[in-house]
Ligand binder design. Structure first.
Ligand code: B4P
Length: 192
């Protein structure tokens, strides 16, 4: 199996690049953000709980997210590989993911990290907020809170994969096409 993590701060282009990558490499897309928004739109109890965290720019509790990922695996037993987008976001999630993959006799192949400056990120998210209807994208205070949470809770996840020599930074500023081709080059090297 080929299992890729697309890593990076909010608005770094994970969702944008993932859509193209799953098509090119035939991977199953696992975006915890999308799964949570789906639960919210269906007004499930999980969705209602998640919304209260997401609206404030906070992370949804680990056990909720990990349970959701576990049941997603159950629904995609035939997958040739996964593209993890926005997951793991805490070290506890990374450790849980390692264990879940071990049960499937596989592991993370590579972590590609999109690097983008904070002012560019704010600009992108506020811009998306104008059309997306996402409440976490319309308020600059909530956006700044998401960066704070990213630097405190998600940055340590990078260390987890650096230790395992799986972490590869990618320049995340420039055109969507240029970034896609830099990511594809990094993947192709791994596939060789
Ligand atoms: P996510 O849905 O993961 O979204 P994101 O981090 O906001 O954005 P992403 O990086 O995917 O940005 P995109 O490509 O869309 O998370 C939302 C929330 O869900 C979190 O804050 C958290 O509360 C919760 N959550 C999710 N996963 C969780 C987990 N594992 N644990 C706990 N909580 C979790 O790009 C953004 C914008 O930039 C778009 O408008 C796009 O068009 C634009 N853009 C992209 N590439 C560009 C480029 N090269 N140039 C200019 N603009 C670009």
């Amino acid at each position: 199996m080929f299992n890729l993590i697309l890593f990076g701060p909010p608005g770094s282009g994970k969702g944008t690049q993932s859509e193209r990558l799953v098509e090119k490499y035939g991977l199953v897309h696992l975006s915890t953000g999308n799964l949570l928004r789906e639960e919210i739109s269906q007004k499930t109890p999980l969705g209602l709980e998640a919304k209260s965290f997401m609206d404030k720019g906070q992370l949804v509790p680990d056990e909720v997210v990990i349970g959701m990922v576990d049941s997603y695996f159950d629904k995609h037993k035939e997958a040739k590989g996964f593209l993890f987008d926005g997951f793991p976001r805490t070290v506890a999630q990374a450790v849980a993911l390692d264990k879940l993959l071990e049960l499937k006799k596989t592991e993370i192949t590579s972590v590609l990290a999109l690097e983008v400056g904070e002012e560019e990120l704010v600009k992108r998210l506020l811009n998306r907020g104008k059309t997306s209807g996402r409440s976490d994208d319309t308020n600059e205070e909530v956006i700044r809170k998401r960066f704070f949470v990213y630097s405190n809770e998600t940055t340590p996840v990078a260390e987890h994969y650096k230790k395992a020599r799986k972490f590869h930074p990618i320049k995340g500023e420039g055109t969507v096409d240029d970034i896609f081709s830099a990511i594809s080059d990094a993947i192709n090297k791994k596939l060789r």
